[in-house]
Design a protein around this ligand. Structure first.
Ligand code: ATP
Ligand code: MG
Length: 229
């Protein structure tokens, strides 16, 4: 059984189609080093979410086309996979519960573990600024938080599980430049600690990524740093 230890991802000749004859990814080749920060950009329909969905095993990639730490994706046990691969969705689901409970999500975590995850996600400062800190109710669906703050809570929630890989789908709506910067700084600070693959809708969110992957009609059109592109 495959294990995820470092969080390195190797994608080789990855083809994918949802429907027969309608290929949406064409022979993708991409090597993602452990602890690196990769951004994925591309116009709508270019295949960004599809790639993330395949990494998450929501759909089945062709055998051997995706490996993590050398192990074919389908050989990794489900419990281990869920522990090691964290997802920050576009519109994170928040419980009508405290900030602490939203980070712990039913796991038995000490206050120190919750706080460490929040600090790593750059969520600590805004949480302690709430009137009851970590005990502040976040409201139904996190209604009282900005989209960026919800994503920071979701990053903290994912990091609390000590993943080796963190996949993020940047929120599209109502992102002001301040919250965008907050998410950008949080992701950049994770470099060397966890492998980050982030879909971005604005280049600025992933300005500091080690590499930016530009998808175009299911192919890698460009690959490089922000200054190279
Ligand atoms: P966006 O920026 O709009 O989120 P994206 O880059 O994430 O776009 P994908 O959602 O990966 O693009 O879609 C890639 C292609 O696959 C598109 O042509 C889309 O219509 C198609 N597609 C996506 N999901 C499905 C599905 N569940 N069934 C069939 N086709 C799909
Ligand atoms: Mg998408």
């Amino acid at each position: 059984e495959g294990r995820i230890t470092e969080g390195g991802i190797a994608i080789e000749h990855l083809d994918f189609e949802y429907l027969p004859g309608r290929r949406v990814l064409h022979g993708l080749d991409l090597r993602i080093e452990p602890g690196s920060f990769h951004g994925i950009v591309g116009h709508t329909g270019s295949g960004k979410s599809t790639l993330l969905s395949l990494l998450l095993r929501f759909y089945v990639a062709p055998p051997g086309s995706i490996r993590i730490d050398g192990a074919p994706l389908d050989t990794i046990g489900e419990d281990h996979f869920r522990d090691r691969v964290g997802l920050v969705p576009q519109d994170p689901f928040l419980l009508a519960a405290s900030a602490r409970e939203n980070i712990a999500m039913g796991r038995k975590l000490t206050d120190a573990q919750v706080e460490a995850a929040a600090r790593a996600a750059h969520a600590h400062d805004f949480i302690v600024g709430l009137e009851r800190g970590y005990d502040t109710p976040l409201g139904e669906g996190g209604a009282r938080l900005s989209v960026g703050q919800k994503q920071l809570i979701a990053i903290a929630r994912a990091l609390a599980g000590e993943p080796r890989i963190l996949l993020l789908d940047e929120a599209t709506s109502h992102i002001d430049s301040e919250t965008e910067q907050v998410v950008q700084r949080a992701l950049t600070a994770l470099r060397g600690k966890v492998t980050v693959v982030a879909i971005a809708h604005r280049l600025s969110t992933i300005r500091d990524a080690d590499r930016i992957v530009v998808l175009n009609h299911g192919r890698i059109a460009e690959l490089g740093t922000h200054s190279e592109l």
